[in-house]
Design a protein around this ligand. Structure first.
Ligand code: ATP
Ligand code: MG
Length: 434
């Protein structure tokens, strides 16, 4: 009896070859872009101890309260979690390996899967991917602006500058936020009858999140609430003005959104989101900002820091729409062969062509020439190289250009690489003829 298929876990997606090739291309573009700004890679494990996120992201955030894949290690009882975000692990690694003290300020990036137990929908998964950038040891507004400016360049490079816009806010310092928080709680308490259940739950744990409500019935209330900007001191105001001045200098348009708060507790001063109206409710492609307190909070010396996380699935959805038929990657050569001596010769010839720099698919699984040629054609290869026992005995190779037609040609195997390079890539042959 046939076995029932075991399916993948809900909200965790397979990325099949057509799509995965596109992912690799995007990742390559992103890596080159990061390198061009002097950012270096760091890779941390997917599992961390649960307290790392409780202490950094915050006990009363959505992520920690209900989205973490946390579990007990059956072997030793450790409380572990599949990382829901990349900043805290990056800070942990930087501290554990003493990177800042040993080598000074750091510009770092990472790329990989993150895990949050959310309700799956378009643009929202339980395993998703982020590129993240973190800069440690820079306190001025220039690094905040650098992050924003570099993202603007990425959107431009990808042809998405019309689709993604910038929202900017400042969260001030923790003292300024504390004063605002007191005022906010007093205000919401005075209007307790207008709060929905979510807001009531958050009133004393996370009143700032109430400002982020999507409930239309609460919009007027939220609109009239005390504003953080009324509690900001000169340093915070000057930092925010500094970021804006650099953005104006770089001609990057932005909208100041005083209600922009991020869903993670560690942010202070600058916060930003790049948003789109093309992905329905999942509007944020990239979010980030400053988190000057986090390094100390996780046990390091006070160290200013700033960074962002970029959702790869959401960016990919926008980018794929521009060019849905993006060419898949194809081999240069498909090598067909028939007969025992031919198979051995073809195996060797394939390696020789790869040595010459060609991408070569060697036919496997037998079959007659006609069927093999069909496979060669379907592979998208530019040329089929054909080895029969005749060719093998004479150390020769036949080939046929598959895309532009033309006759089959035969030549000594030793000349094949050079001839194909000339035909496919206009690389000159040694005697100068093309
Ligand atoms: P959202 O408001 O959409 O829940 P967030 O504020 O929780 O996003 P961050 O923690 O700032 O997101 O993560 C940075 C980026 O990662 C987001 O802007 C988004 O592009 C992406 N992202 C976050 N959660 C998911 C998810 N569940 N599925 C896919 N992408 C996600
Ligand atoms: Mg979220």
């Amino acid at each position: 009896m046939a076995q029932k298929l075991i399916q993948g876990v809900r909200g965790m997606h397979d990325i099949l070859p057509d799509e995965a090739e596109r992912w690799e291309l995007l990742e390559e573009i992103i890596r080159n872009w990061l390198r061009s700004y002097g950012y270096r890679p760091i890779r941390t494990p997917i599992l961390e101890f649960t307290p790392l996120f409780v202490r950094s992201v915050g006990e009363h955030t959505d992520i920690v309260e209900r989205e973490m894949y946390a579990f007990e290690d059956r072997l030793n009882g450790d409380s572990l979690v599949l990382r829901p975000e990349g900043t805290a692990p990056c800070v942990r690694a930087v501290l554990e390996h003493n990177l800042i003290n040993a080598s000074g300020p750091q510009r770092l990036y990472y790329n990989g899967p993150m895990f949050r137990h959310e309700r799956p929908q378009k643009g929202r998964q339980r395993q998703f991917h982020q590129f993240g950038v973190e800069a440690f040891g820079y306190s001025g507004p220039d690094i905040d602006a650098e992050h924003i400016v570099m993202l603007a360049r990425l959107w431009r490079d990808l042809g998405l500058e019309e689709d993604i816009t910038l929202e900017l806010n400042t969260l001030g310092s923790s003292d300024e936020r504390a004063a605002h928080r007191v005022a906010l709680i007093a205000y919401f308490e005075a209007h307790a009858e207008q709060l929905d259940a979510d807001a009531q739950r958050r009133l004393h744990s996370n009143p700032l999140r109430i400002l982020d409500t999507k409930n239309p019935a609460m919009q007027a209330l939220v609109e009239a609430a005390p504003k953080l900007v009324e509690f900001l001191g000169v340093d915070s105001l000057a930092h925010f003005e500094g970021v804006q001045a650099l953005l104006r200098e770089a001609a990057i348009p932005f909208r100041i959104n005083p209600r922009l708060v991020r869903g993670l507790d560690y942010y202070n001063r600058t916060v930003f989101e790049w948003v789109t109206d093309k992905l329905g409710a999942q509007a944020t492609v990239c979010g980030g900002g400053r988190y000057d307190g986090l390094v100390e909070q996780l046990g390091g010396k006070p160290t200013p820091a700033c960074g962002f996380g970029l959702g790869v699935e959401r960016l990919m959805m926008l980018w794929s729409e521009l060019d849905p038929d993006m060419a898949r990657s194809v081999p240069d050569v498909y090598l067909v062969h028939q007969g025992e001596p031919a198979a051995r010769f073809a195996f060797r010839l394939a390696e020789q062509l790869r040595e010459d720099g060609f991408a070569v698919v060697l036919h496997c699984g037998g079959g007659n020439f006609k069927n093999q040629m069909k496979k060669a054609d379907a592979s998208g290869a530019a040329v089929a190289v054909i080895i029969g026992d005749d060719e093998a005995a004479a150390e020769e190779a036949s080939f046929k250009l598959l895309r532009e037609g033309g006759e089959q040609r035969r030549l000594p195997a030793a000349q094949l690489g050079e001839t194909l390079a000339a035909l496919l890539y206009n690389v000159e042959e040694e005697d100068g003829s093309v």
